[in-house]
Design a protein around this ligand. Structure first.
Ligand SMILES: Cc1ncc(COP(=O)(O)O)c(C=O)c1O
Length: 376
């Protein structure tokens, strides 16, 4: 079976580095997390990076720390994974679903404008599959209505918008990256929040660990291990640990290489499938350089193609059924006609750095064969 995703792990390096931290006796939030944060911040061009236990937690902390609270409306795509939206419900905020652009599948600025009310507090954008949302238009809307912009960059590790990496873009409050098992950079589970706001960074560093104002490592690193600390407000247990950080640092070394391989596979797919008139290949707009986290095609024959490819030992799936279809969001009705129409056509094909050329060619060949059976 050719899987949809498959993590490629820097195994030797990770095992060696894990051995070292096991010997050091320190595996919690400490020097490796700090090293990973510094390297990640430099890579994306942000002032600060804060290591977190998951992107769901990173989004929740972003919403909480920026003051999104009960009754606030937050504009968010329904076409995303539930993690983008569920943390808004933790805050008792109101998700207001916006539609997507039919080509890139990212949030549509025109629909954001339509959904703004005097209770709107923030816009959450998702860079679907690694393709940037149209940020200039979104920042303009946000500025003219005094709204926060939070980027869900779970798919966009290494993606660029107009030549700059997501994570350091100045008109965004926080950007949240996921290091979940199948993401472009994995630590098993983990995440990073990046921000250019120094005060917010300090707040996030406390809130991720129960609002304790000095981490144990910081206290130990003084040499005298003062035990006093303060807890002023209600925080969370959301920090990264040094085991995840060691894995992250090793995987980080491979990120650009892996993203290049993803791009090469995308190009092969585009070449092999671009001529087929019964499906649409994904677009890449001139303002983005995608991390190519997913390869999503559009076809009226989505369900039949999925069945056919499964019978040929090729896994495919659907990203995503619109979130507002799920019962948990029943109190938040959505007017998103493009999303409703398009999701029924979407199919995600296998894409991962270790995918061999023969495997990519097999997928293309089987899709072409399926196409021939349609015209017979
Ligand atoms: C768009 C999006 N946002 C957020 C998340 C949550 O990431 P995590 O699993 O790190 O909590 C995911 C995970 O798949 C995602 O796809």
């Amino acid at each position: 079976m050719i899987p949809i995703f498959r993590p490629e792990i820097n195994k030797e390096k990770i095992l060696k580095e894990l051995g070292k931290i096991f010997d050091s006796g320190w595996i919690g939030l400490g020097p490796k997390t700090i090293e990973f944060e510094e390297k990640f911040a430099r890579y994306v061009g942000a002032k600060h990076a804060i290591g977190i236990s998951s992107c769901t937690a990173a989004l929740h902390l972003s919403f909480h720390s920026t003051g999104i609270k009960e009754g606030d409306e937050v504009i968010v795509p329904s076409f995303t994974f539930a993690s983008t939206i569920i943390p808004l419900l933790y805050q008792k905020a109101i998700p207001v679903f916006a539609d997507i652009l039919p080509d890139t599948l990212c949030i549509a600025p025109e629909d954001i404008k339509r959904k703004i009310t005097n209770r709107t507090k923030a816009i959450v954008v998702v860079h679907l599959g690694g393709h940037s949302a149209p940020m200039d238009e979104i920042w303009d809307i946000a500025k003219s209505h005094n709204l926060l912009v939070i980027e869900d960059a779970a798919h966009a590790c290494g993606s660029e918008y107009k030549g700059k990496k997501h994570g350091g873009l100045s008109d965004t409050k926080t950007t949240c990256f996921s290091f979940h098992a199948v993401k472009n950079l994995t630590t098993g589970d983990g995440a990073m929040i990046t921000t250019n706001d120094t005060k917010l960074c300090e707040k996030l560093k406390k809130l991720r660990w129960l609002d304790i104002n000095k981490s144990t490592w910081d206290r130990i690193a003084t040499g005298s291990y003062p035990w006093e600390y303060r807890i002023d407000e209600l925080g969370f247990k959301y920090h990264m640990n040094d085991i995840a950080a060691v894995i992250g640092l090793a995987q980080f070394k491979l990120l650009d290489k892996h993203n290049q391989r993803r791009q090469a596979i995308t190009q092969k797919y585009n070449k092999g499938l671009g001529e087929l008139n019964w499906l649409e290949i994904p677009v890449e707009r001139e303002y983005t350089k995608s991390s190519n986290h997913m390869y999503i095609i559009k076809t009226e024959y989505r369900n039949e193609l999925h069945e056919y490819l499964m019978s040929k030992e090729i896994q495919t799936t659907v990203h995503y059924e619109p979130a507002h279809h799920y019962k948990v969001f029943k109190d938040f009705p959505a007017q998103v006609p493009v999303t409703e129409k398009i999701w029924k056509k979407l199919l995600t094909l296998p894409l991962y750095p270790a995918m061999k050329d023969e495997e990519v060619e097999k997928v293309i060949k089987k899709i072409q064969e399926f196409g021939k059976s349609l015209t017979r």
